[in-house]
Design a binder for this molecule. Structure first.
Ligand code: NAP
Length: 313
């Protein structure tokens, strides 16, 4: 057998990095496995302004970089690899990765969620030619152009506000008659002169040639359909949890596919924990993800003590 870790963390977003720091600091032999750069969704945040103690807005990349440095300083290791499968072996877990198997007494799933697609004609064809799921990444390509933002949650409102700094021609559509987003974010959009909000409106089709030229919109109340010129569409309609590699574990998910945990972040499988956006939770923020990670590390340490008959009672 290769080396046996105490705490293997899959995913290096805020939940995974916070867990790595707490785990390593609690003397757990900790490994973080990440297929992309550390940071998760925080990498997409231009100005993070709602993390306690961060008074001057900070870039999500910078905060993630600090979190990784902190976790490394406490002794956490990092592995660049994709996780393919997780299964139980005698008394521990085996994580099959693109760089070979990793063995650990406990596993924390902190893989977050990926963007949901609209599923309308033209969406796939114009990805990279006007269809985007990341305003910070692609917004600057469409400076001063007419852009459409789809969605009614926090992400859509945040990203529309970001895009309004690049162009005075932002149209934002939402399928309902009011935003789902937190009031402060929704009000910022509604009072922004660069954003025209249209409720009860959906996108039906994306059209163009070598690049996106127009979008077909429908008013869901009077069913009026119009085709309007746009250069880009930014889609922020929620996310889908990344759990495909867990099928062999039989872990319990909620009706929308997020992992169900107890208040200690333990899933239905003893020793398998979940934290952050991949977990079934009512509020997904950087701070809640970081808090989940800290709790999960604490629970993993207790779990290991119990397995070794060393629990403090
Ligand atoms: P969300 O809260 O799930 O909102 C998704 C929005 O997309 C909803 O308004 C939903 O409409 C709409 N939608 C879903 N499927 C659709 C479809 N097929 N066509 C058209 N519209 C569709 O997702 P989110 O905004 O990505 O936020 C995810 C989590 O991250 C939330 O917990 C949020 O609080 C957090 N977040 C926080 C911040 C912040 O605090 N600054 C920023 C970003 C994200 P309905 O309302 O009709 O369901």
């Amino acid at each position: 057998m290769g080396q046996l870790y105490d705490f293997a963390i899959v995913g290096a977003g805020a939940a995974g990095l916070s867990a790595a720091q707490y785990g390593a600091r609690a003397n757990l032999k900790t490994l973080v496995i990440e297929e992309l750069a550390p940071g998760g969704q925080a990498l997409l945040i231009d100005n993070l302004e709602n993390y306690p103690g961060i008074v001057e807005p900070i870039n999500g990349y910078d905060l993630s970089d600090r979190m990784r440095t902190q976790a490394e300083r406490f002794g956490s290791s990092f592995l660049d690899a994709s996780v393919l499968k997780v299964h139980r072996a005698a008394g521990h877990f085996v994580i099959e990765t693109s760089s070979g198997p990793v063995e650990s007494l406990t596993v924390l799933v902190a893989t977050g969620a990926e963007h949901r697609q609209l599923g309308i004609p033209g969406e796939q064809a114009f990805v990279g030619k006007g269809v985007s799921y990341c305003a910070t990444c692609d917004g600057p390509f469409f400076k001063s152009k007419r852009m459409l933002v789809v969605g009614g949650g926090d992400a859509a409102c945040d990203e529309a506000t970001y895009l309004s700094k690049l162009s005075g021609q932002i149209v934002m559509i939402h399928r309902r008659d009011r935003f789902r987003a937190q009031k402060a974010l929704a009000e910022r959009v509604l009072s922004n002169p660069s954003i025209e909000v249209r409720f009860n409106t959906i996108a039906k089709e994306i059209r163009g040639d070598t690049k996106l030229r127009s979008i077909v919109l429908e008013d869901v109340v009077n069913h009026k359909v119009v085709e309007e010129p746009f250069e880009a569409i930014f889609v922020f309609i929620g996310s889908i949890p990344r759990t495909g590699f867990l099928t062999d574990t039989g872990v319990q998910m909620d009706e929308t596919g997020y992992i169900v945990t107890d208040c200690g972040m333990q899933s239905s499988v003893p020793g398998l924990f979940a934290a952050g956006d991949v977990r079934s939770t009512p509020f997904r923020q950087l701070i809640t993800a970081a808090a989940d990670g800290a709790i999960a590390a604490h629970s993993a340490a207790n779990y290991i003590d119990e397995q070794r008959g060393q629990a403090y009672r």
